[in-house]
Design a protein around this ligand. Structure first.
Ligand code: AMP
Length: 294
């Protein structure tokens, strides 16, 4: 445990985290948890700020989870910026930053744990198809980190919409003593969703990357104009296809709860536009509620 220049206390052990949060709860204080892989930006800060506004004590975890990377190169290239992360978390009002080692989270590492959390159907589509095993790694580490934190409210970004849906499902299915709060996507001024991966884009790729949010805006306009699923999806795909540096993975209109393709849309049924594309070496995702425009 080391106090930092930005007020948040840093801890690396499960025992110390549990001891501190149990003490807070015994004193009647509510706990907010924001799980991150570091490289913190304004999107993460907005989650922390919301948690600070709604909870008495806020813990931010910084852990690059090795089990959710299907591509080892992606894990190697993942940005690691702990000093600036502590600064961002502290400024956003976090009280505690949990930075565990890999063996603190996975005591048998590198031997895979015998117990895994797997969410059927929801984890197999979209991101799950392109990144086999990804959501098993996510669901497992989220359950572990939430178990370490104990009863809490946890804040997840809508930016990773499928992940948010999976976390909601896991918490419900496993009866975790946790309330999941979804938070809106924070964007750059030109519309690009903030992401740690954006750092890896060249200037030309960075300009091209805005095609994802433009595709969503065009898809939303087609949806509002009464277009059916095929028309909306073709509109989004067309915008990405026009961008030379981008390669589309998927552009779809889905049911916002189960993420199945939205075959028949009724006004009372929440829907979502999802898009994923590779821009240069980087795979980017984005999504939008076409009715709300955000
Ligand atoms: P990550 O560090 O990328 O695993 O993200 C940690 C949390 O921050 C997840 O709940 C993400 O959905 C959320 N997040 C990442 N980018 C954004 C963003 N641009 N706006 C809002 N939340 C975000």
């Amino acid at each position: 445990m080391t106090p930092t220049s930005t007020f948040a206390v840093v801890t690396g052990t499960v025992a110390d985290l549990g001891y501190r949060l149990d003490a807070e709860r015994r004193a009647g204080r509510s706990v907010g948890v924001v799980l991150t892989m570091g490289a913190l930006h304004d999107g993460h800060a907005s989650l922390i700020g919301r948690a600070v506004a709604e909870c008495d004590v806020v813990v931010v975890s910084v852990f690059v989870n090795p089990t959710q990377f299907a591509d080892p190169g992606d894990l190697t290239n993942y940005p690691r910026t702990l000093e600036s992360d502590l600064e961002v978390a502290g400024r956003a009002g976090a009280d505690l930053v949990f930075v565990p080692s890999v063996t603190e989270v996975y005591p048998d590492w590198p031997v895979p744990a015998a117990t895994q959390v797997r969410v059927s159907a929801l984890a197999d589509r979209w991101e799950g198809r392109s990144r086999p095993g990804h959501f098993d790694g996510v669901a497992t580490v989220v359950v572990k980190l939430l178990a370490m934190a104990g009863r809490c409210r946890t804040y997840f970004g809508e930016k990773d919409f499928q992940q948010l849906a999976i976390v909601r499902r896991v918490v419900r299915d496993l009866s975790l003593p946790v309330e999941v709060v979804g938070c809106p996507t924070v964007r750059e001024p030109d519309g690009l969703a903030m992401s740690s991966r954006n750092q890896r884009l060249s200037p030309a790729e960075r300009s091209a990357a805005v095609c994802l949010s433009r595709a969503l805006a065009a898809g939303a306009a087609a949806f509002i104009a009464g277009g059916d699923r095929a028309a909306v999806e073709a509109t989004m795909a067309g915008v990405v296809a026009d961008e030379r540096l981008a390669t589309l993975d998927y552009a779809v209109l889905v049911d916002a709860d189960d993420l199945e393709p939205a075959e028949s849309v009724t006004p009372d049924r929440p829907v979502r536009l999802l898009v994923a594309a590779r821009v240069g070496p980087v795979r980017l995702i984005d999504n939008l509620d076409p009715r709300a425009g955000r």
